[in-house]
Design a protein around this ligand. Structure first.
Ligand code: CA
Length: 495
């Protein structure tokens, strides 16, 4: 996994039901109920495998599947983050053989597979809660104590012991007891578990949930142990912090004040995500609109490898981006254009191509709706162009075209990024190397604008032929060019 990849994120209970016979399984407490937004809906690994061609057709080279391990919980078991057996696939998603078959099939089509893992907590249904292997296996409090979710306490020189203890030892939720990775047996168990899954299934990457929440020394040991076995293995941590200074702390080889090294090749780019959430929804100003993107990327000096960050518009925990931008497809297109052309490994949440909507509050079920056509008897089948609305096809084709450009222009993977200070509501940047150059012009104004191009001479001066890559048409690079309202123009430059 690296910046040549593009990730499609799937919630395995909400994508496609490839085997209705496993919807309700003996011994599993929660039964299927598609009418409940937060219930189990019956989608599974076979369903994902059946639709790999759809993902391939869109142009993605990797899938990240939310946790697939057993969650034998009485309710809210569908999301997978309350694991009750770290060595078992949840039988309602399929068997271990189904998982291995899915990975092998995906890889044969050029699609990598990323496993979602959780080391911070387990589900209360795990036997560890009733019968722990050691008294200190789980952090216990006199009364239920929730973590404060304030990961800032890990790096804050002014933190109180009270806040720090609550952060690292508090429970993630009433149903998610906090594991004590300070117990060396548990630490070994979790590290061996990762190696077992990678070795057995041939996984391409691991996405680690709540990266900062477990003891950081243990997380560093885990990263090191996995990299010792698989030298180029990709691991990406969810360090949900909005400042680059805090997120960068968790990337491998960061120059940290305390010498900490996570051994983690990738982290999610929450700071750039925060910039994207606001940028296209507001008029440009000194520190508003596309200036947010410019300022966020300027902090890349903090990261040992900004190309290894995973960038995203939304995910399974966040309001749908299309909803955030008021269901304005032009704003979504600008954001997607930025996502696929700036540095990093882009990740797209399933259903973005179908213009799925939803706020993450009050219920996460709203942002995890069923993929239409994934279930026998569904009224529409959005896996096929004929089952999508014209607006959905517009979004689908837009993403497919962007991924086609990204595949053809390797400069968008590892090429240098040079950007110019946004001016008059227009943000211009280039991705360039010795062989290729792509220019992106983002007009964040509600009106068409004239753009003077002489400011970009340091790069434009090297090239004579310009192509509009989205339209596959020649483009005339004059001293003044017209840029359409609220849009991104993506140009290829050659000699
Ligand atoms: Ca099923």
């Amino acid at each position: 996994m690296d910046a040549s990849d593009a990730i499609y994120l799937i919630m395995p209970d909400r994508f496609a039901n490839g085997d209705p016979d496993n919807d309700c399984m003996p011994g599993m407490f929660e039964k299927v109920d598609r009418n409940k937004p937060n219930g189990r809906h019956g989608s599974d690994l076979k369903g994902i495998q059946r639709h790999l061609s759809y993902i391939k057709d869109l142009g993605f080279t990797a899938i990240w599947i939310n946790p697939v391990l057993e969650n034998n919980m009485p309710q809210y078991s569908y999301h997978g983050y309350a694991i009750t057996d770290f060595y078992a696939i949840d039988p309602r998603l399929g068997t271990l053989d189904d998982y291995i078959a899915l990975i092998a099939d995906a890889q044969s089509r050029g699609i990598k597979v990323i496993k979602d893992m959780v080391f911070n907590h387990c589900g209360t249904g795990h036997y560890w809660v009733k019968d722990p292997p050691a008294p200190d296996w789980i952090h216990h409090w006199n009364e239920f104590t929730r973590t404060n979710y304030r990961a800032t306490t890990f790096v804050d020189p002014h933190r109180s012991d009270y806040d720090y203890k609550k952060m690292v030892q508090g429970w993630f939720d009433t149903s998610m007891p906090d594991l004590n990775q300070d117990n060396p047996m548990l630490a070994k168990y979790l590290i061996q578990n990762s190696i077992w899954w990678v070795e057995l299934t041939g996984l391409d990457g691991i996405r680690m949930d709540t990266q900062p929440y477990p003891y950081k020394e243990f997380m560093a040991d885990w990263g090191k142990a996995v990299l010792n076995e698989y030298h180029n293995f990709y691991m990406v941590g969810e360090a949900w912090l909005t400042k680059a200074s805090l997120v960068a702390y968790y990337q491998k080889n960061a120059l940290n004040h305390d010498g900490y090294n996570s051994n983690l090749p990738g982290v999610f780019d929450f700071p750039v995500n925060a910039a994207m959430l606001a940028a296209f929804n507001e008029k440009d100003g000194w520190d508003r609109g596309t200036a947010r993107l410019y300022e966020a990327l300027a902090e890349d000096f903090l990261y040992p490898n900004p190309y290894n960050l995973v960038t995203f518009l939304d995910n399974h925990d966040k309001s749908r981006y299309f909803t955030i931008v008021g269901e304005d497809i032009n704003k979504l297109k600008m954001a997607l254009s930025f996502l696929f052309t700036t540095r990093g490994i882009p990740s797209v949440y399933y259903g973005t191509e179908l213009l799925m909507t939803g706020w993450e509050q009050p219920e996460h079920g709203e942002i995890r709706k069923d993929f239409p056509g994934g279930w026998p008897g569904d009224k529409t089948n959005a896996f096929d162009a004929s089952g999508r609305t014209s607006k959905q096809n517009e979004a689908f084709n837009f993403i497919r075209k962007l991924l086609e450009i990204r595949k053809k222009h390797h400069v968008l993977h590892f090429g240098s990024l040079t950007h110019f200070i946004p001016n008059d509501g227009i943000y211009v940047y280039f991705r360039h190397n010795e062989d290729d150059c792509v220019m992106v012009i983002m007009n964040n104004n509600e009106i068409e604008k004239e753009l003077e191009t002489k400011r970009f001479a340091e790069i434009l001066g090297k090239y004579s032929i310009t192509t509009n890559l989205m339209a596959d048409k020649p483009f005339k690079m004059d001293a003044q060019i017209k840029v359409p309202a609220k849009s991104a123009t993506i140009l290829g430059l050659t000699n």
